[in-house]
Design a protein around this ligand. Structure first.
Ligand code: ZN
Length: 388
């Protein structure tokens, strides 16, 4: 058991000064003052009035690598578990991207299993940018139903010159398969959508819902901050009941090309009246950050990092005055709810004991606990993966 004393708790909603008791991998009590007799099975951690928040939930990470848009030398490396720990990300959803020829779902699921063996929580999307969708079992429904780690499908690409140019019927059929697989498995069956920079924006998603009866909330479109125009469209989409996700990894060049920084997009969406439950941020970690010119030629390529998620949360609060509980919610409870992970992204009795201690002034990450186990304490890693 672990007892966190004197923590200022954001659950993500503000709970004030609390003690939080963890048994094995679960939170079992939250109270103003929890007193327990000392024993060899109890570790007391004095939080010294640091902020205790849920471990971050990153809904889109290319955990097994991605990219390759500039040739084989530009294939991005897989994510190191230390990056997730330093960035306070305790739950990751892995995805393939543009390349589903040299990258496989088997490799992606194996990487998720490796992260779980390390002590983090990891899930995956079946499929990739490509349509017809590539799967492990030759059936999207079966992948979601029979493979523990797979909770949905994605990133399915729309409005992008790298997409498979799906029709309304194509996407409706794929979404129904994910939805039914999810229902039968008790999972979200969420359809993660990579939205590119073509002017069609989110139109295909609305057309699918109009023609099929599938709710907008079955889709989880990301990169909604890639332009002011797409952000405006996304805000309207969210007001109609959809979810929108902002990408935190970026470069000066991408921002100069018109991207709205994720923390600013969060501020604008909240100010426009979108409910926090409909907004999240994700890192796109280890994906490529390509910049294309007017003729769709690649002119720059960087690699995204999972650590940008925490930085964006901090920037949203410190630079854009987003309420701290809202900023935390956008990277914890909101993505967890959208993904159907009711035990993640919150400090509640019965929830998984994924916890971060943050310094109060800087909001820097001091300590990380994943499923009750210490991964980093006083900014020093306490668990090291193989080969590091
Ligand atoms: Zn993408």
């Amino acid at each position: 058991m672990k007892l966190f004393k004197n923590a200022i708790v954001f659950a993500p909603q503000y709970l004030g000064k609390q003690d939080v008791l963890v048994a094995s991998n679960k939170i079992i009590a939250i109270d103003h003052n929890i007193e327990l007799e000392a024993s060899h099975s109890l570790t007391v951690i004095d939080a010294k009035e640091q902020y205790l928040i849920p471990g971050l939930v990153d809904s889109l990470v290319h955990i097994s690598g991605g990219g390759g848009e500039g040739g084989f030398a530009t294939r991005t490396p897989e994510m190191s578990p230390q990056d997730a720990v330093y960035g306070g990300v305790t739950t990751l959803i892995g995805a393939l991207g543009t390349d589903s020829v040299t990258r496989s779902l088997e490799d992606l699921v194996a990487k998720a299993k490796a992260l779980k063996e390390f002590g983090l929580s990891a899930y995956c999307y079946s499929g990739s940018y490509h349509y017809p969708v590539k799967t492990i079992t030759a059936s999207l429904e079966k992948d979601i139903l029979m493979i523990d780690e797979i909770i949905g499908v994605g990133e399915v690409a729309i409005s992008d010159h790298r997409s498979s140019q799906m029709s309304v019927d194509d996407l409706a059929r794929l979404t129904s398969q994910a939805r039914v697989g999810g229902m039968l498995a008790g999972k979200s069956g969420i359809v993660s959508i990579h939205v590119g920079d073509e002017p069609t924006e989110l139109a295909l998603l609305e057309q699918v819902c109009q023609s099929s009866g599938i709710p907008l909330s079955q889709f989880y479109p990301t990169h909604i901050n890639r332009s002011q125009s797409l952000l405006n469209t996304g805000i309207e989409f969210a007001k109609k009941g959809g979810f929108i996700d902002f990408t935190t990894s970026t470069t000066e060049q991408i921002l100069a090309a018109g991207e709205v920084a994720a923390p600013l997009a969060l501020k604008m969406a909240l100010d426009a009246g979108v409910h926090i439950n409909h907004i999240s941020m994700s890192s796109d970690g280890n994906g490529s950050l390509p910049v294309f010119d007017q003729e769709s030629h690649l002119i720059d390529l960087q690699v995204a990092n999972v650590r940008s998620l925490h930085q964006a949360m901090v920037t949203a609060h410190q630079d854009y005055q987003v309420d701290l509980a809202m900023a935390i919610g956008s990277v914890t409870k909101s993505p967890a709810n959208i993904l159907g992970l009711a035990h993640k992204g919150r400090i509640e009795v019965g929830a998984d004991a994924d916890l971060l201690l943050l310094e109060r002034e800087s909001l820097a990450i001091d300590s990380v606990f994943a499923l009750g186990q210490p991964m980093m304490q006083a900014k020093t890693l306490t668990r090291k993966p193989y080969f590091s």
